[in-house]
Design a binder for this molecule. Structure first.
Ligand SMILES: [Zn+2]
Length: 307
């Protein structure tokens, strides 16, 4: 009996020795997670640890037409994937923040940083209206003269410049305010399928707010004016605001533009008045929102979660 106990004690002591011995033998720099043997290896090792401790965290409106702001490490590259073959990368700003928007008919999106758990979204399909507009002059619908085509090309070049804006700092923290504070009537919901003169067209990527001519339009959030132009073919006159990283809100058909290219505007500042320029059937604001080539629903941004 006594002998057996002594044997067990001796065995335990041996085990402790072996454990201690192996500890001494392995040069561990990070006690929690194995060893590294060179400065370079250790740097990579700690970077990985830091990533694991700060995975991608996102909040916002993860819906079709919505957007989220994610937090990660400064300047981290984030993979934005719709499938294994359809993806691209975007870089977080120097505070580690990154905006990601979702299209009208987005099915799923996976956001990931190599070596960490991805954030996955599967979207519930939204229901969109069918919107018929008849009696438009035919030239505005499908056939254009050479002069009109020239004007259209000139307008698109201006718009591309405005949409290529990438302001680094994110200008909205608590989402959007509705840009019209006076009474308005919402005449078209975002995403409505358009049928112009009986012809099926692209969905309408704006929210139409009808209000009297000259009704003030206010910036829904802080931003930088990336285009202010009153000579565009379809839009007539348009203001673009970059709210950060190319999240760009758009104000179409406006009158009396009060801002100019490159100007910084604060939430609530008046930028223009309601108008009816370009392809418009009466005074209204067509309010739109884009992120990269994706069309977002600006109204959804007014429901942004507030902390
Ligand atoms: Zn519209």
């Amino acid at each position: 009996m006594m002998q057996g106990l002594l044997f067990v004690l001796a065995a335990l002591a041996g085990l402790v020795l072996i454990v201690n011995f192996s500890r001494v033998e392995t040069p561990q720099i990070a006690p929690m997670s194995g060893a590294c043997h060179s400065k370079q290896e250790c740097r990579a090792h700690f970077d990985q640890l830091e990533k694991e401790q700060r995975p991608l965290e996102c909040q916002g409106i993860p819906k079709q037409g919505g957007a989220v702001i994610c937090r990660t490490l400064p300047n981290e590259k984030v993979k934005i994937a719709r499938s294994e073959t359809e993806y691209h990368h975007e870089e977080a700003d120097r505070l580690g923040k990154i905006i990601v928007g979702f299209d009208r008919d987005e099915k799923r999106t996976t956001l990931s940083i190599e070596g960490t758990t991805p954030v996955e979204y599967t979207f519930t399909p939204r229901q969109y209206d069918l919107s018929r507009i008849n009696g438009l002059p035919p030239s505005r619908v499908s056939t254009f003269t050479e002069a009109q085509l020239g004007k259209i090309r000139e307008s698109s070049a201006k718009k591309s410049r405005g949409f290529n804006s990438r302001v680094e700092e994110i200008g909205f923290r608590d989402g959007f305010e509705i840009p019209i504070r006076a009474d308005y009537v919402k005449t078209t919901n975002w995403g409505a399928q358009r049928v112009l003169n009986g012809e099926l067209k692209r969905p309408h990527y704006g929210v139409d707010l009808a209000a009297p001519l000259g009704t003030p339009i206010h910036a829904p959030a802080d931003g930088i004016v990336s285009l202010a132009d009153d000579d565009l073919y379809f839009e007539g006159a348009m203001v673009l605001l970059d709210h950060g990283q190319g999240l760009i809100s758009m104000y179409l058909h406006v009158n009396d533009i009060l801002v100019e290219d490159g100007q910084a505007v604060k939430q609530g500042e008046q930028i223009a008045g309601v108008g009816s320029k370009g392809r418009s059937t009466g005074p209204h604001l067509c309010w739109r929102l884009k992120w990269r080539d994706r069309n977002l629903d600006p109204m959804l941004m007014t429901e942004w979660p507030r902390n």
